[in-house]
Write a protein that binds this ligand. Structure first.
Ligand SMILES: [Zn+2]
Length: 151
């Protein structure tokens, strides 16, 4: 059992905000808890646990519509990936662009991208919010916050 200092949970990078943001977004991109870096927050590809099993951070910090921003972030990210991929393909293949394949691949890719990006978008949204508004000790589950998850 590891005892966590509430101040370390609340403000782990208080003097280095950019480092905190990079660390938390990096953890989110690895599908780990942005707050503590442990695994176990992703129940399945389309469902997250209500709380981190290690630090107790609530996934929906502000209620049921908290993740609405992650949906918009997910769609914007899918659009950006589509735009960059399309431009890169056009630059590489020009002037021999396979327009027939592009007519099929582009809509399929755009339809699949939000599903592929789903857990990443939610955790990056949670990471950005947690980096900007660090989790207060009262937000964390006091039982889970006193034990370290080891799986
Ligand atoms: Zn955690």
């Amino acid at each position: 059992m590891v005892q966590l200092n509430p101040q370390d949970i609340e403000r782990p990078f208080a003097d280095k905000p950019m480092r905190r943001m990079i660390t938390m977004v990096g953890r989110a991109l690895l599908l780990k808890c942005p707050n503590c870096g442990s695994r176990g927050l992703v129940k399945n590809w389309f469902k997250l646990e209500d709380r981190c099993p290690s630090c107790g951070l609530r996934v929906e910090r502000e209620g049921h519509d908290y993740m609405a921003g992650s949906v918009m972030f997910n769609l914007v990210l899918a659009e950006l990936i589509f735009a960059f991929t399309l431009v890169a393909y056009l630059l590489i293949a020009w002037p021999n662009v396979n327009w027939d394949a592009l007519e099929i691949a582009a809509p399929l890719g755009m339809a699949a991208a939000p599903f592929v990006l789903f857990p990443f978008a939610k955790l990056v949204w949670l990471a950005a919010d947690t980096a900007l508004r660090p989790a207060h000790a009262s937000e964390l589950n006091p039982v889970a916050a006193t034990t370290k998850h080891t799986s």
